[in-house]
Design a protein around this ligand. Structure first.
Ligand code: UD1
Ligand code: CA
Length: 458
């Protein structure tokens, strides 16, 4: 349960130069979801309101996260993490929250447990509580400084760290997670200066300022270093994604999902997979997908925002996006089901069949080489190999309606808008431009003529 009087501020305005990408860093993805998605989920589990400081690529971030946009605060110039918090402060103050949790938008593996511990420490009286961890190679992270009594005295960024001045490097680093008492920190937040090598306003300087002002500053040293720290490079992103993948797959195995070649199965954090479903790697199942008990996903499939209902089967090499497979239906191998593809009970979509905004009714079959777009196919209908719904006239899309138990011969073009009646038959090779009534045979092709002696000479 989120704490009522706790607000979270996610710092997400930076460019992320070290990612070498035009995309704002917080939009880089792990298992199909942005870094910001993960951080926001963790923050909302603990705080009752979430503010996100955006700057670099703010419009893109807004577009991809409409649900967070209400809490966006624009930092027009990225003058550092401390400056980012200053920019958000007016809204923090207006919220009336007693505590303010600060998270870096580039630390997607942070868990609500980490945050809860920090909030609890702040509620017990710490004015500034922050999480630290110890690394064998502390690299570019901010170093935590402690006095001879073990109490924390400050954080020095790697660029400014000098052992002759700051003492031996203990490897203890700042994770970037803070919980601040809003009343106490207000007194020091606007005293930050940019007197450091980068010329930025650092949130980390709050620690030394706080200690000097006799605030109660508390550093919680925790294991789990890699999960708490930010991602700054493609290598770090790949490693974090892989650890997250392994943990999700491990959890699924533990709940009773059957997984073959588990090391190559990728499942996103929003995907729901029931015990008794069966997956074979390599495959990717992402976004708001679900796989029910008894459903199977074969190797080399990519499934996004799609629903596999109980007992449905996705054979190898399929690509699904926004599709549904109803109970007992089978798709593939090599099917492409685009948004709005609805394969109903016991229907079958075979190889090299593409569906988009199309329904294949109960028990209907489209077994080979077809395009069904903006179409509805009735129960038990048979769509012959090479059938194409010609749904687009260059300007508009039109609908094709195929009645129950209709039979469409191979290599037929159905020029929409058009309706094929129930139990109607369409001759192979037809170009159908007019409706075919129920139970009628529609044929639209040139008659065959055989010219004697006009074949090969010998
Ligand atoms: C920061 C910490 C460092 C810590 C590390 C942990 C500071 C000064 N340093 O370093 O002590 O060890 O995180 O991962 O805080 N951002 C803004 N506006 C800005 C600058 C940054 O919103 O003007 C955001 C970034 O988008 C990012 C976060 O703040 O999500 C952290 O910034 P980043 O530049 O990655 O800081 P680090 O150098 O990693
Ligand atoms: Ca970082």
């Amino acid at each position: 349960m989120p704490y009522d009087n706790t607000i979270a501020v996610i710092l997400a305005a930076g460019k992320g130069t070290r990612m070498h990408s035009d995309k704002p860093k917080v939009l880089q993805t792990l298992l199909g979801e942005s870094m910001l998605f993960y951080v926001a989920v963790a923050a909302s589990a603990v705080a009752s309101r979430v503010l996100t400081v955006v700057g670099h690529g703010a419009e893109l971030v807004r577009k991809e996260h409409p649900g967070l946009a209400e809490g966006f605060v624009l930092q027009t110039e990225q003058k550092g993490t401390g400056h980012a918090l200053q920019v958000a402060w007016e809204q923090v103050r207006q919220s009336g929250a007693t505590h303010c949790l600060v998270l870096n938008g580039d630390a997607p593996l942070v868990k609500p447990e980490h945050l809860e511990e920090l909030v609890a420490t702040a509620r017990e009286g710490a004015d500034i509580a922050f999480l630290t961890t110890v690394l064998p190679d502390p690299g570019a992270f901010g170093r935590v400084l402690r006095g001879s009594d073990g109490n924390v005295t400050g954080i020095i960024e790697a660029k400014d760290f000098d052992p002759t001045q700051h003492g031996e490097d203990t490897g203890e680093v700042n994770t970037g997670l803070f919980c601040l008492s809003t009343a106490a920190v207000e007194a020091v937040l606007f005293s930050l200066t940019s007197a450091n090598r980068a010329g930025e306003y650092y949130i980390t300087d709050l620690v030394e300022l706080g200690v000097n002002e006799d605030l109660n500053v508390h550093a919680l040293k925790r294991d789990g270093a890699l999960d708490l720290l930010g991602i700054n490079s493609p290598q770090e992103l790949a490693q974090a994604e892989d650890r997250l993948r392994a943990s999700i797959v491990g959890d699924l195995l533990a709940t009773g999902v059957l997984i073959h070649q588990a090391e190559s199965v990728v499942v996103g954090p929003r995907v729901a997979i029931e015990p008794g479903a069966e997956l074979t790697g390599p495959c990717r199942i992402l976004k708001a997908s679900s796989v029910a008990r008894g459903a199977k996903v074969g190797a080399f499939c990519s499934v996004t925002d799609s629903r596999l209902e109980p007992g449905s089967e996705l054979c190898e090499f399929c690509h699904l996006e926004g599709a549904r497979l109803a109970p007992g239906s089978v798709a593939g191998p090599y099917a492409r089901l685009r948004p709005g593809a609805d394969v109903q009970e016991n229907a079958r979509v075979g190889n090299f069949v593409e569906m988009k905004q199309a329904t294949l009714g109960p028990g209907a079959k489209a077994s080979h080489l077809s395009y069904l777009g903006d179409a509805s196919v009735g129960a038990g209908a048979n769509i012959g190999a090479g059938t194409i719904t010609c749904n687009y006239d260059g300007t508009n899309k039109h609908h094709t309606d195929i009645g129950a138990h209709a039979f469409i011969g191979s290599n037929t073009a159905l020029v929409a808008p058009v309706r094929i009646g129930e139990n109607a038959v369409v001759g192979a090779g037809s170009v159908i431009t007019k409706d075919v009534p129920d139970r009628a045979l529609g044929v639209a092709r040139a008659r065959q003529s055989n010219l004697e002696g006009r074949g090969k000479k010998s």
